[in-house]
Design a protein around this ligand. Sequence first.
Ligand SMILES: [Zn+2]
Length: 391
Amino acid sequence: MTNAPSALDIARKLVQCPSVTPEEGGALAYLDTLLSPVGFQVHRPVFSESGTPDVENLFAKLSHGKGPHLVFAGHTDVVPTGDEGLWTLPPFSGEVKEGMLYGRGTADMKGGIAAFSAAVLQYLAEHGEPEGSISFLITGDEEGPATNGTVKLLQWAADKGEHFSDAIVGEPTNPDAMGDAIKIGRRGSLSGTITVTGHQGHVAYPHLAHNPVTIMAQIVSKISAAVLDHGTDHFQPTNLEFISIDVGNEAWNLIPKKATARFNVRHNDLWDAQKLSDFVMKNAKDCIPSSDFDVTLGLIPSNADAFLTRSDTLIQSFSESVKKITGRTPEHSTDGGTSDARFIKNYCPVIEFGLVGKTMHMIDEHIAVDDLKTLTDIYYDFLMRYFPPKG
Ligand SMILES: [Zn+2]
């Protein structure tokens, strides 16, 4: 036994910091008091951008010798509580009831941060500094615009000459129980608008007009029926959903000039923005009967590419730790929404593993205290594999 704080102690203190984006709420200051005394160099850069609130972030590094550089990444900001009166226990009290720790951010993702902090502190207390570097990359801007957070923090660290070997994001990845799934990539997300322009006219004289509504209906049917792919070993099939068709015509006797349709694609790594754009335009143009119609496509710039972690060593080694502690073989998953891993993957291999995500963003968000212990044990076991103690 050591006198390093437990994950539960740390999680409770973090939950008690009201760090609703973009407020720091004392959460990063608390991590600073945890990490500085054990030798971490702690930086808390504040990033700004016009039109968005300033956000404080934290980068802490412990470096010793020439070994690999492992990064634990996460965010201390949380989504708003909603109506606090609807919570069984106050959302920032960090109270435990019947084996559950309640509070905003327990699952997403102060519990994850508490678990990897406790695991690192335990490792240091028992084995001293490892041969290599351990860093914490913690943002306060994941749930908000994500402008003054991980993207800038990664660039800031790169500018200081930091090179990362591997990263673990502690976001909740398990749908139902610890050991369900490690995220080894993410689908990409892309949104766009198709516009068909025809010729406006009187409904009684359709031969003098060119109706874009009819053409748009065909485009939407054709693209919706198309199979983009059948999925891959690691990804579900790509799916394009039309979410709105808009003409905005109030009149009953008017053929409109223009029709638009908006869509979102959740895609695997067989696709990128260019390929998707080509696919949509080819299908749309196939529906255009003559030069009396014009079709254009506008894509919303996206930083959510699909990606797959290429490091088998990282994935296998972490899977072994999950298996050893939970007795279960985790699925290697790529589903769900996006996370900051989409930015980290540009710097080093990254996987995501954290708590059970069932209650994240909900009223009465909570986690099992046992799960917090399990997660800490998994991170600790992984640290022992990654940095085998000397002697
Ligand atoms: Zn999160």
